[in-house]
Design a protein around this ligand. Sequence first.
Ligand code: GLN
Length: 598
Amino acid sequence: MKYILVSGGVISGIGKGVISSSIGTILKSHGHRVTAIKIDPYLNIDAGTFSPYEHGEVFVLDDGGEVDLDLGNYERFLNVKLHKDNNITTGKIYQHVISKERRGDYLGKTVQVVPHVTDAIMEWVERVAKIPVNGDSAEPEVCIIELGGTIGDIEGMPFVEAFRQFQFRVKPENFCNIHVSLLPQPSTTGEQKTKPTQHSVRALRGLGLSPDLICCRSQSPIEMSVKEKISNFCHLAMEQVITLHDVSSLYHVPMLLEKQNLSAYFNKRLGLTKRPKKAMLSQWQNLAEKYDRIQSSCNIALVGKYTRLEDSYASVIKALRHAALAINRKLVLTIVDSTELEEETLKEKPVIYHDAWKQLCLADGVLVPGGFGPRGVEGKIAAVKWARLNKKPYLGVCLGLQVAAIEFARTVLNMEDANSSELNPNTSHPVVIDMPEHNKGDMGGTMRLGQRRTVFQTEDSILRKLYNQPHNFVDERHRHRYEINPTYIHLYEEKGFMFVGHDVEGLRMEIMELKDHPYFVGVQFHPEFLSRPIQPSPPYLGLLLASCNKLESYIQRGNRLSPRERIYITDEESSENELEVFSQLTGDSNSLSSIESK
Ligand code: GLN
């Protein structure tokens, strides 16, 4: 097993996760089996109890793990499925050590950060690195470990010390260390400054870890003289200084790194055996170029309440981008704060209210994502009503499905105070209720979580056609505590609000579709967690297609874009790889020659 530790310097939030994932992509495209571990040095056991304002969205894994959103990056870049243990927190390590102490496993010794906590970290990393992540039983060969925060943080110290020891435990030829740092460019001089990086590398060395590569993040491309300076002052060869400036899309990152000979460096440094290359990198390159070239756009309004931080909806936004790219559209994302759509705002801040409604009305499609608690729900209900009545494409995810059901009950089923028991426990029409086995009092890890099966009840379903599976079920990831109240279902279905997908037992409503509407779909699961750049999530793809008026023709053509759209791609891009990507994007299995002849 080869280990690559990625640490951060100067400030966090400069793309360490994307860089780590891109390194994984490069290695994977060179035929190596890659896994990833994210370390978050906070005391929470997992990300499950976080407010989306704290660290952005809570990402959900197949096994129900509620983890840091960086694991989403790894899954998307590496096309793997990770496990909850791939996210290490200080909380998990201490819980493990303390329960060992309670069992008496330390035989009366004083339990200390060094060696007991550091040993626990090393053992955890060695154990988790071996877990297969490709859907087969093959053990990974390279494990990328991203250490959250920056070097010097008190919280990160036990981890840094653990890796200082780890490099000897697994031998230096199997361990290398990448330090991601920032080169600020103050507007006063416009110069790229290396001093913070020098300090950060010094701090890292002081803790016993020497960087094998320094990856410098900057606004604009880094000048040679600056690179030389870093090489000199940080005591590294020029080839060990990697530069990465801001780019138009993250699809560029793997290629930008590879151009600096990263794979050759890793082959030499870690003694990796050379394998035949896979098409992965060129697929990323093609996506990057296509993204830069696309002209037409599609405007989607995301109506949520965690609007201060885009990361709160990271996977939702990425799933929208994947779907838009697949149908040759640039995503114009309008984030609407649902509280601003409410009557209260009209009274207090009419300009904000009207502005929010204008944003919503200008959109081609509407999406209401997941959420918790009553704040902002009435605004979401108003947005759903508008989309339903004006025949605007609508996708409701989790809470988005639940608010669609509440709105329909209030307006069409004449249940004026219909609500979810989460939002109003005293409603006379609880059309959304809690699932008893998932409401245990404790907040952490007690929801209906992870991968569950949804069985289609009919062939007459847009999602059934969009998923286009040979079997009549789909497996998607869940994170909810409330569900559609089964006693009301017949009333809904009489009016065309159809529950076309149920869970395996037939008790839980998983997918709804509204009759006589271009696209009005609600899903209880979170399809965004399984969306991939080259395999967009079908419910999101449906929303984008419907918003561009292409859904019907796409389905009629057997899940393919129109010849014009296809020519748009093949005209300018003739490489075989592009066509490979294209056929994956569109589900078109035709060969190169048959596409060219069209
Ligand atoms: N709050 C709702 C529930 O717990 C919706 C959850 C969500 O949107 N993820 O069921």
